[in-house]
Write a protein that binds this ligand. Sequence first.
Ligand SMILES: Nc1ncnc2c1ncn2[C@@H]1O[C@H](COP(=O)(O)OP(=O)(O)OP(=O)(O)O)[C@@H](O)[C@H]1O
Ligand SMILES: [Mg+2]
Length: 347
Amino acid sequence: MADHPGPSLERGTSVSCPRGPDGGIPRATMQTVCMASQLSPAVAANGLTKSYGPLEAVRGISFAIAPSECYGFLGRNGAGKTTTMKMIYCRIARTSGTLDVLGLDAAVSAREIKSRIGVVTQENALDQELTVMENLLVYGSFFGLRQAEAEKRARSLLAMMSLTGKERAKYKELSGGMRRRLVIARALVNEPELLVLDEPTTGLDPQARLMVWETLNGLRDRGLTLIITTHYMEEAARLCDRIAVMEEGRIFAEDTPAGLVQRFAAAEVLEVIAEPAHADALAQTEAFDGLVRRRERHGDVTYLYTDDNRALLARMAQAGLDSRRHVARVATLEDVFLNITGRGLGE
Ligand SMILES: Nc1ncnc2c1ncn2[C@@H]1O[C@H](COP(=O)(O)OP(=O)(O)OP(=O)(O)O)[C@@H](O)[C@H]1O
Ligand SMILES: [Mg+2]
């Protein structure tokens, strides 16, 4: 079989994180500049925990997010992402540890923090009886915005989220994707310095998702700090400067998307589909002259992580190992995620 991109690649996960055509400062550079200039972090947590009764949902996590950075939390269902986000946007109190948001202690200054941040919650928390415009205006009034100003901002945000023409529609008349876009628009009404987004694009169609990515990239290039959770690895790769992978309430790994791929995958992966006996042969490390950096086996697929698929295929042919049924592709954040969190469901 000739080399071709596998299905994971078609889903588009990429670690090259292409920038928008706006000529903005590359993100890694921006982050380095922020760190080097010793700006205080937008969010800093130390030994942060949250327990719900006997359940420890967050078990002592520490991180610092630079201003203008896009920081992502990845992890399986129940890993503690939303709980962490809720502590950041002051919806719930921490159990122990420290948490500063925009330089303020979340336990002391929740009110001020809330006035300076925008929040897209995992569940759309909008008023079902109100129209699209009313939802934005009522929200604006919470921040003391005058009607005319709120309306001006609302119209521009609706245009940004491609919802112009829906002003009078009742929330319950909107499609799922439109609701999600409205929640994002609403989170921006108070012109926040920090935007917290819990699975912002879940339920969006591909066009709407692209539009949201473009919007978020544009906002970040203008200086907004973004904190995001997502189950879409392509989204994380495209948007995030750094990612924390959470596992059972802890941060298992934190790095740039490219750094994570380097550490937990490799540049490329050869997926070899093989019978068990043949798969056992693939497990013999000495056959590959150090070309394989990591190996995973799931069912009849053996994943060989390497920096050079072509060289690996040549080596396999030399060693008499059958590689006729294979998919050769670049490694992605999806590989990182699956290598860290496992490929099966549940424990
Ligand atoms: N209000 C609550 N009361 C009790 N337990 C809770 C509460 N909220 C969350 N949990 C538990 O805390 C753990 C972490 O939940 P959390 O919502 O933070 O996960 P998550 O990483 O956001 O998952 P998902 O990807 O499914 O959104 C889970 O075991 C969950 O059942
Ligand atoms: Mg969640």
